[in-house]
Design a protein around this ligand. Structure first.
Ligand code: GDP
Length: 191
């Protein structure tokens, strides 16, 4: 449950006496069409709109979550908005990012391959302390699943990433994704 999860978050930051308000840059990476924009809209606005598409430039949204009374994390979320076509510009995009969320679509093995490409890029050019999450989205389409859960689990474990499957459509695990990321931030977990 959410309250159980938040309790465990609280217990991890016990000893932190002053309030903490972390502000972190979060970048989304992954093939076009895997659901990056929908994940953000679900998290920020609580909506799923299959037609809302970022058309020009990078979109930027922010959302603050409260972990307990005195800790908040403000995510400044950068959506790739097609930068996958300009791989050479990617290091500019993820410079300064504390969090990278690498998304694939569980019905698309190609998107899983592409996710692995982005992880390697982040390992080469990203901030060494970056918190990385691997997200298998469109979990509601399990009848068309082509990427086994275990493949995601194994790859994430090998690369020191947090792994979760989500559905922006049904809202499954969307808040959990961001809560788990917040929990892993050095700004939050160190006192
Ligand atoms: P982006 O290019 O990665 O930002 O992908 P979008 O967020 O624009 O989503 C691409 C398409 O996938 C849209 O038509 C969405 O309706 C659909 N989509 C996104 N997330 C989900 C999901 O969790 N389940 C299902 N069934 N469709 C999704």
């Amino acid at each position: 449950t959410t309250s159980g999860r938040l309790d465990s978050l609280n217990s991890q930051v016990v000893g932190a006496t002053e309030s903490k308000n972390a502000r972190v840059k979060l970048v989304l990476l992954g093939d076009s069409g895997v659901g990056k924009s929908c994940i953000v809209l679900r998290f920020v606005r609580g909506q799923f709109d299959p037609n809302s598409k970022v058309t020009v430039g990078a979109s930027f949204l922010s959302q603050t979550i409260a972990l307990h009374d005195s800790t908040t994390v403000k995510f400044e979320i950068w959506d790739t908005a097609g930068q996958e076509r300009y791989a050479a510009l990617a290091p500019l995009y993820y410079r300064g990012a504390a969090v990278a969320v690498v998304v694939y679509d569980i019905t698309s093995p190609e998107s899983f391959d592409k996710a692995q490409y982005w992880v390697k890029e982040l390992q080469k050019h990203g901030n060494p302390d970056i918190v990385m999450a691997l997200v298998g989205n469109k979990a509601d389409l399990h009848e068309n699943r082509k990427v086994p859960v275990q493949d995601g689990v194994d790859y994430a474990e090998k690369n020191g990433m947090f792994f979760i499957e989500t559905s922006a459509k049904t809202a499954d695990n969307i808040n959990e994704l961001f809560e788990e990321i917040a929990k892993r931030l050095p700004q939050v977990s160190s006192s």
